[in-house]
Design a protein around this ligand. Sequence first.
Ligand code: P6P
Length: 325
Amino acid sequence: MARTNLSEWLLHRQVPPKLAETMTSVAAACAEIAEVLRTAPIEGISGVAGTTNVQGEDQKQLDVVSNDIFIEHLRPNRHVSALVSEELEEPLLFERSADEGGLAIACDPLDGSSNLDVNVTVGSIFSFLEVPADDPGAHLLQPGTEQIAAGYAAYGNSTSLVLVYQGQASAFTLDASGDFVLTAATLTIPSESAEYAINAARERFWDEATRTYVADSVKGEDGPLGKRYNMRWVGSMVADIHRILMRGGVFLYPLDSETVAKGGRLRLLYEANPMALIVEAAGGRASTGPGRLLEAAPSSIHQRIPVILGSSAEVERIERLYQQL
Ligand code: P6P
């Protein structure tokens, strides 16, 4: 099979040079993170950093290292005006001359890092926004529909890179030479599925819609949904979403009685929005429960949001429950 690499894909998709160069910078950061993760336990850097991030969560050393790698690759890129990161309380603004800048990246440099010390897939999630080069910091709170591209890297058995641009999501795999090789030109999520991903230990906090959906799924063939369901929960969003992109399913981190005060568990700008853009491009559906996720208006760069996304028929089923209950 003729091999297409990331550079050839960017040309083929006619991605504008500024964005193409920036997607290349992010891909290079992900390739470097993959390399660091591969031997992290030997280097003794899989543990906690002894610091907490803006969310008050213990930072892993690799959270900080991954964030630094993103900065190292984006600072020299003259098109990038700003970086929003889960690991940075405030946006990082880069000094650019009058004819430079115009792009911002919102990222979670290393998502799922609580899985690092048990060698479970983790990932980097990123979103590309256009911002005025002369005042980038004032224009970062854009709804997900405004993203000009998005993607994630999944550091698993192999390193996958998924990118979405103009309504088409593609997947690449990192080869031994450090090049990303196209392995799926167009990702499509089956509209029907029988696999849901939720942290079932949170049942006591769930709202009625979530409780009803999961209870109906557990009833299997004899229940109202008339088919046998399976459950998966990796505890790493990138791993769960990648599985859904590859074979369908639905991912739920809904608003519940414990997370309602914070607006949800997952972050809007750099976890939910990029994943929602990818899922919708693949024919899936992305919801907050009551509404379309990509239309949520951010109020702060670290805002949290409920996330229900994946196979369209399953997400629609859940949305109908939110309307009824
Ligand atoms: P819980 C990882 O910390 C993360 O942000 C996502 O990657 C993952 O889906 C979720 O949190 C796991 O949450 O409550 O099951 O630990």
